[in-house]
Design a protein around this ligand. Structure first.
Ligand SMILES: Cc1cc2nc3c(=O)[nH]c(=O)nc-3n(C[C@H](O)[C@H](O)[C@H](O)COP(=O)(O)OP(=O)(O)OC[C@H]3O[C@@H](n4cnc5c(N)ncnc54)[C@H](O)[C@@H]3O)c2cc1C
Ligand code: FES
Length: 267
């Protein structure tokens, strides 16, 4: 069973606008975590809300430290933005199901929408050498919201950036980038794979495109979570064939074909 631990803040870098990179001394997470997994965080400050908050792991040095990239959207994330080196934070994790490891793959395509980038940054860094080529398609509303992981290109990952207003990269949605890429490159579907994280509408569209192209696809479902360990059903996502999956336990990373997107997108 995964236990929580009190971890020290090593750094809390303001990236831009409402985005920050939190570096934590968390050896038990760093040693075992895999791309797609997350941690539940809680600061001991009295103003922290009742529940812990889930964040994907963006990077791990495999030994002592992990990184989280987060956007300030409400009370907990505003309090996180005030954290400084030496502060303490409760961390439970690593939690959830990771993306499947990449092996024997000709072309790996990761598709990130907005703050869906962090788990895929970790994914690309971990598996860049495991397939013949890897592309990270990143979409955001504007240039200010476009988060491009540092150092990935040097590791051989091709990066395709898109913004809805055209302020950086190509104008359009992440899914437009995916479609154009599949049209332009002679990809062998049976040896290609897609991994995606972002808003559920985007995940539904990625699933549709992947299915039409005959490419295996996994998505990370970041439903609002209360417990993070399968005990409360706050993270229920309609399952293909009926019933529900727990995004926190059966996911966040899950085969796209295991989700009933029609019911999920209606909810
Ligand atoms: C598995 C998982 C991984 C995540 N990884 C990251 C990450 O790497 N970086 C990051 O910035 N955020 C991530 N999130 C979202 C993050 O947990 C929320 O932004 C955070 O809990 C908000 O807390 P708050 O108190 O600041 O805001 P709240 O006051 O709780 O929420 C502010 C607003 O954001 C909405 N919101 C909160 N959580 C979500 C969610 N999961 N999906 C859609 N809307 C939501 C609320 O409905 C509300 O409108 C992840 C969520 C999950 C489930
Ligand atoms: S968050 Fe409680 S069951 Fe998933």
């Amino acid at each position: 069973m995964t236990r929580g631990s009190v971890c020290e803040v090593l750094d809390n870098e303001h990236l831009r606008k409402r985005f920050y990179l939190l570096r934590l001394l968390a050896p038990s997470v760093a040693e075992t975590c895999r791309p797609g997994q997350f941690v539940m965080l809680r600061s001991p400050v009295p103003a922290w809300p009742y529940l812990n908050r889930p964040f994907s792991i963006y990077a791990s040095d495999g030994d002592s430290a992990i990184e989280i990239v987060y956007k300030v959207v409400g009370r907990a994330t505003a309090l996180m933005a005030e954290m400084a080196r030496g502060d303490k934070v409760d961390v439970i994790g690593p939690l959830g199901t990771a993306f499947s490891p990449v092996d024997d793959c000709s072309h790996m395509i990761a598709v990130a929408g907005g703050i869906g980038m962090p788990p895929l940054g970790f994914y690309c860094r971990r598996y860049a050498g495991a397939c013949e080529s890897m592309t990270l398609v990143i979409g955001a509303k504007t240039a200010a919201e476009l988060l491009v992981p540092v150092g990935l290109m040097a590791e051989g990952v091709e990066i395709l950036s898109l913004t809805e207003d055209g302020s950086k990269g190509t104008r359009g949605l992440a899914t437009d980038g995916l479609t154009k890429m599949l049209q332009a490159t002679g990809i062998n579907p049976s040896r290609a794979r897609i991994a995606a994280c972002g808003p559920k509408q985007m995940l539904g569209e990625v699933h549709r495109i992947a299915e039409a192209a005959g490419i295996a696809c996994e998505v990370s479902v970041e439903e609002i979570m209360a417990c993070g360990v399968g005990a409360c059903m706050s993270c229920a996502v309609p399952a293909a064939g009926g019933g529900y999956i727990h995004a926190c336990k059966d996911g966040p990373a899950i085969k796209a074909s295991d989700i009933d997107f029609e019911r999920w997108l209606e909810s």
